[in-house]
Design a protein around this ligand. Structure first.
Ligand code: PAF
Length: 281
């Protein structure tokens, strides 16, 4: 796997990949890779594409009191995982390559990015949309793969790709989970052993609410029960537990189409998010 760190080398390397005639796939990441990221690479390879992975811990999507400095960085281990997974190219720019002096542009997506994590983390989705737009301009992929674990992020990316007529297919890949159901996340590394045990209450609370709602039970009561369960387990604050339309992320009071149960809550210093698809009964 070739590793490139400046735009000129990236463009030359992508041009070489295109000689094969295969599609070029992009898997954007912030590193600290786990099986969830490798599932994205596998999905891209499953489409017969040459896979470019980016690793860039994007400062513009972190709020002032968030974990930018503490965010795990372990490039050597990431490279080994990507080589084993068959990625063709690693794009690993530094902050100066991505945001040179004088950088002054931001992509702001209305609607789908405004509620939930958009409200809890002001500026976060503008940071994500800006860096992903840059990555798309740099790599010029035919297809790009994102985990469904960051469900609102996926919806925001689908929105601006459609709005800006970007000729890129966006593929969402199902969340990878540990044996006890906890969604894989680079941030799980922050959890103490005790917190890690408590963390499984999040997928369980969502699973119970999903079962109630899919049986035709009352949505508000199911959401309130999930919030109570998370509170009892020790999550605080609970930013949201909501049933939303799967495409617009607007709240849904009665299930009459594709919907998603979404949640975000803090356990100690670690903020966890998760979501599940909900089918109409
Ligand atoms: O999901 C992530 O890891 C990041 O938000 C992304 C898409 C790589 C943009 O920095």
């Amino acid at each position: 796997m070739q590793i490139v760190r400046n735009i000129a080398d990236l463009r030359a390397a992508v041009a070489k990949l295109r000689i094969s005639g295969d599609k070029v796939a992009l898997v954007p990441t912030m590193g600290a890779l786990h099986a969830g990221h490798i599932a994205l690479v596998d999905a891209a390879r499953g489409r017969g594409a040459q896979v470019v992975v980016s690793i860039f811990v994007n400062p513009t999507q972190f709020g002032p009191n968030e974990d930018l400095d503490a965010y795990p960085r372990r490039e050597a281990a990431d490279v080994a995982l990507l080589e084993a997974a068959g990625a063709a190219l690693l794009w690993a720019p530094d902050v100066a390559a991505m945001y040179p002096a004088g950088f002054a542009t931001s992509i702001s997506v209305g609607g789908v990015s405004e509620r939930w994590d958009g409200a809890a983390r002001p500026g976060h989705f503008a940071g994500v949309a800006t860096v992903v737009t840059k990555l798309f301009q740099q790599v010029t992929p035919d297809i790009a793969f994102f985990g469904e674990k960051d469900y609102q992020q996926l919806a925001v990316i689908r929105r601006f790709v459609a709005d800006l007529d970007m000729p890129i297919e966006i593929v969402g890949v199902p969340t990878q989970r540990d044996d006890d159901g906890l969604a894989l996340s680079s941030r799980n590394a922050y959890l103490s052993p005790d917190e890690r045990l408590v963390a499984r209450a999040l997928p369980r609370a969502l699973g119970e609410a999903k079962a109630v709602i899919e049986r035709g039970g009352d949505v508000a009561a199911a959401l309130a029960a999930a919030v109570a369960r998370l509170g009892e387990a020790g999550f605080s604050p609970i930013d949201y537990v909501a049933l939303v339309d799967a495409a617009t992320l607007e709240p849904v009071e009665r299930l009459d189409g594709p919907a998603r149960l979404i949640a975000a809550a803090k356990l100690g210093k670690t903020r966890l998010i998760d979501n599940l698809g909900v089918e109409a009964p």
